[in-house]
Design a protein around this ligand. Structure first.
Ligand code: IPE
Ligand code: IPE
Ligand code: MG
Length: 248
């Protein structure tokens, strides 16, 4: 969490009343399992990416309806460049198309879009689509969808340290708030709940700093099938957790 976070919401501090704390303010998802979803149906992997990206709007609607305010979605990692050029290019094309077609509708429904990740070397067409979709979106009282594209938790920390160093030489105190405010997520609360569909039980370089006290939830269900029942199961599991933040 950073000092820029809206103080108006008690849940931002992870210490709101028990009724409020039962609904996470920020849910982060690893969008995993798209490739296997397609392969299981005898389809090319890109069909899975298409289905996975199309599923995002439904999940946004479900979270909004349940009182969540921030959703971060891990869509492409700094390590995903290791995949074939065909798959990488295909994912970027699908993403740009989706942003162009769905971005305005999301914004009309009160969703602010935001990009988390390194811009280079993303293709110009995707960057333009991201910029259009994210333009004039402020993290305010609506719903924020942060899209982690060319995102890596370690790269993010390296970038934050690079941003902080010159300011440290001018006397800025290097503390946790200074690092938090230099991360791609500056101004957003830390995720309360981190959900990974797709069966893998690891972070894969996602939100390494921000997930320090996130509740973790793993599910074997693949992202394109991660529907209402799965969302409710994850939120229910979260509501059962006892968050102590190191206290008693
Ligand atoms: C989609 O899931 C998310 C991206 C990494 C682009 P995957 O493509 O990793 O799907 P699986 O894990 O191979 O099923
Ligand atoms: C994590 O999924 C990255 C995204 C979903 C964007 P991966 O499929 O790349 O993770 P690994 O390789 O199984 O750890
Ligand atoms: Mg995967």
């Amino acid at each position: 969490m950073t000092s820029e976070t809206s103080p108006s919401d008690d849940r931002v501090n992870g210490a709101g009343s028990s009724a409020e704390a039962a609904v996470p303010l920020h849910v982060a998802f690893v969008m995993d399992g798209n490739g296997r979803w397609a392969t299981r149906q005898g389809l090319p992997r890109l069909a899975g990416h298409r289905a996975g990206i199309a599923h995002v709007e439904r999940v946004v609607g479900m979270l909004k309806h349940r009182g969540v305010r921030y959703m971060t979605l891990y869509m492409f990692s700094t390590e995903n460049w290791k995949r074939s050029k065909e798959e990488v290019d295909g994912i970027f094309e699908l993403l740009a198309d989706w942003l162009t077609h769905t971005g305005p509708r999301l914004r009309d429904s009160g969703v602010s879009l935001r990009h988390l990740g390194r811009r280079q070397p993303l293709p110009a067409a995707l960057l333009a689509a991201l910029d259009r979709a994210c333009a004039d979106c402020g993290a305010d009282d609506g719903f924020v969808l942060a899209m982690a594209v060319n995102y890596g938790g370690r790269a993010e920390i390296v970038d934050a340290v690079k941003a902080v160093l010159p300011r440290a030489e001018q006397g800025l105190q290097v503390d946790e708030a200074a690092i938090s405010n230099a991360l791609y997520t500056a101004g957003m609360p830390d995720p309360d709940l981190l959900v990974r569909p797709g069966g893998e039980v690891r972070l894969s370089n996602f939100m390494l700093w921000q997930a320090a006290y996130a509740e973790l939830y793993f599910s074997p269900v693949l992202w394109p099938d991660f529907g209402e029942d799965e969302i409710d199961r994850a939120l229910h599991a979260y509501a059962q957790r006892q968050r102590r933040f190191g206290g008693l």
